[in-house]
Design a protein around this ligand. Sequence first.
Ligand code: OGA
Ligand code: MN
Length: 245
Amino acid sequence: MRNLRLTLSFLRRIVNQGPILNTRTSLPNPDILRSISNITKSDKEIPAWIDASDPNTLSDLTDSFIVYNDFISEEEETSLMNELEPYMRRLRYERDHWDDAIHGYRETERRQWNAENNSILKRVSDIAFPPPTPKLAYVHILDLEKSGVIKPHIDAVRFCGNTIAGLSLLSTAVMRLTHDDDESKRADILLSRRSLYIMRDNSRYLYKHAVLGANESVFNGQKIERDRRVSVIMRNEPDKNISER
Ligand code: OGA
Ligand code: MN
């Protein structure tokens, strides 16, 4: 249990600088390039889920971040919560450590799922981690209470590869991406309840991500009601050719 907690909290580092890519071996494999170009081609118009500071940031992010609204049905959301809730209920929300990247949360990792939930997660992994991308066997469950926030951070490259895919359960939330070297480059992303987001490459390595608290949750000028939010997050294996700078 202790190791698990440590691993999960090391995953998020609050940084001023992102990782450097080892240029010798950093060319993405062709599957990744293909899936990125699919994202770009199918989204010629500005997607409704992003509000970016400027056109360059918009194009940077829409090349490497996508949101699928209504990726799961209400029944599927209930099925995932039915399996998770008995376990989550036994954990207490962590509130004391304001220096941490996250506040008002409890979290765990899960490897085994019932058949229905397995097939939901397979849909996520088919779209986010097409073979041969090796995904992590453990799925990360992060339960943010209504007042919980995730502060700006970049997931540690030691524990996570180029792709992060997350289902949002129970509540809509606003994710804010801020360029690690230039705070003026930023975007708010509307993560609707039951949507799936996929963050990879530039949006994963060059931008910090945060989930805004209830009071800051505004999207395109419109207040977003934030409630308890449970995210089910899949990641791939760390890339051995990338190191922290
Ligand atoms: C994290 C994180 C985002 C989410 O756990 O590192 O950024 O959607 N989570 O919960
Ligand atoms: Mn993160």
